[in-house]
Design a protein around this ligand. Structure first.
Ligand SMILES: Cc1ncc(COP(=O)(O)O)c(C=O)c1O
Length: 439
């Protein structure tokens, strides 16, 4: 592939979550990628310190995924998914169910994390409705990110994702986030903050627990900059949900498929929710896909209370369980298994975490938080929140490393195929970029 390629003025595409004017004046294009590296349009090499957007633990352009999608495309490029099916989606549902907690063996396919969240909201409504239970309130958390569809924005706790969009779902209340500031530079779960889960209990006291349909949380809040749940926090949420008949939904879009060294965060923390949303690594980022896994009782309640012959759940997407995405999903899950990538993530975790926490001595670093192969390296803000982080992300890129920043936090999430030398390279490049930002 020739480098130094900018295909046109770049003007026609309105880019997502991007400073369009800044990008078009100073573009950063990736023209090819393989394993942990990509190549920019200027021909520079860029190590991927965020697995794309936490999507690609097995590395870019894995040959088995390419082959699987190619083979699938030769025999079937599309099947209408309403009232029809094709074998690959059922095979993938089986594979996903092998990784979800016991008794959570029903899987609904969608095309993204945002669609998974909206689908989960509707499943919650369908379940309570099937039981004749009039619950209409949802609980989420400050600093939460649940995607960009109106359901996800309604549950969102990140201000920039909400303030421009006033028309959201009613009846959503938030709990406080779990960053207390009491524990800085902590590896794994902070000791303080379990009691913040009692915010859910307070909402029950205010609104009536029997009006609350579900509580949505990311087990580790990712997009806000890696906020790890305090010891005992998720357990306490589970207890309160059980006490009041509230469904607990874990949004595992980032934490799913090995990021914490276990298939899902649920297994890492020993807390089983009622439903889980997932996306990203389900196909190693190679094809758009997401899913919602639900406890069998939820599936059975919704299906068994419908009249025989009736469609039980009026929901689905034209591309739910698309053959290419299913082929990519099947290949990805096989790779994770054959290459032992979840175990590899667990083995690499101490080395990765030490490397990240070594950055805490830098004068610009305010906090380092780590859990599994995920870190949040938070820098002191400049004159405005996010200013330094945004500039650092660009500078880091031209220093040869891609890391996703959110405001002033670098969310570092290496691929599971990374060697120690790759972790060192990512860490060194972050340090070099931090040094450049010292006034
Ligand atoms: C926890 C969580 N939920 C939902 C989403 C939305 O996923 P998508 O961008 O695929 O719609 C994301 C994306 O980062 C996420 O981190």
């Amino acid at each position: 592939m020739a480098h130094d390629v900018v295909p046109n003025s770049l003007e026609k595409q309105w880019m997502p979550f991007t400073d369009n004017r800044g990008f078009k004046a100073d573009p950063r294009l990736l023209v090819e990628a393989k394993g942990v590296y990509a190549t920019s349009h200027r021909g520079t090499q860029v190590i991927d310190g965020s697995s794309g957007l936490f999507c690609s633990p097995a590395g870019h352009c894995h040959p088995k995924i390419i082959e699987a999608v190619h083979s699938q495309m030769q025999i079937n490029t599309y099947t209408a998914p309403f009232g029809l099916g094709h074998p690959a989606s059922f095979a993938l549902a089986d594979k996903v169910a092998q990784l979800t907690p016991e008794g959570m063996d029903h899987v609904f396919f969608v095309n993204s994390g945002s669609e998974a969240i909206d689908t989960a909201l509707k499943i919650v409504m369908a379940y309570h409705s099937a039981r004749g239970d009039n619950r209409h309130r949802f609980v989420s958390r400050e600093r939460a990110y649940h995607g960009v569809n109106i359901g996800g924005v309604s549950l969102s706790g990140m201000v920039n994702n909400r303030r421009t969009f006033p028309v959201t779902m009613p009846n959503v209340v938030t709990m406080r986030h779990t960053f207390t500031g009491d524990d800085l530079n902590v590896k794994g779960q902070p000791q303080h903050g379990r009691e913040l889960a009692n915010d859910l209990e307070r909402h029950c006291a205010t609104y009536g627990g029997n009006t609350i349909a579900a509580c949505f949380v990311e087990p580790v809040a990712g997009s806000t900059g890696t906020l790890v749940p305090p010891v005992g926090y998720l357990e306490r949420l589970r207890e309160i949900c059980d006490e009041h008949g509230i469904l607990l939904v874990f949004d595992e879009v980032i934490t799913g498929f090995g990021r914490l060294g276990t298939p899902f965060a649920s297994q890492k923390y020993g807390v089983v929710p009622d439903m889980m949303t997932m996306a990203k690594a389900i196909t190693n980022g190679s094809m758009p896909m997401g899913a919602v896994a639900v406890k069998d009782e939820i599936y059975e309640t919704v299906t068994d209370t419908s009249a025989p012959g009736a469609i039980e759940f009026f929901h689905g997407y034209t591309y739910s369980g698309h053959p290419a995405a299913c082929a990519a999903g099947l290949a990805s899950l096989s790779i994770y298994e054959e290459e032992g990538l979840f175990a590899r993530a667990a083995e690499m975790t101490p080395y990765f975490q030490d490397a990240m926490h070594s950055l805490f001595d830098h004068e610009l670093v305010m906090d380092v938080r780590t859990e599994g192969m995920m870190a949040g390296v938070e820098v002191h803000k400049d004159t405005a929140p996010g200013k330094r982080g945004t500039q650092m992300q660009k500078d880091l890129f031209w220093n040869g490393c891609h890391v996703k920043f959110t405001g002033d936090v670098a969310i570092v999430a290496p691929m599971f195929i990374s060697e120690r030398a790759h972790i060192d390279e990512i860490t060194d490049k972050i340090r070099k970029t931090l040094d450049q930002h010292v006034a």
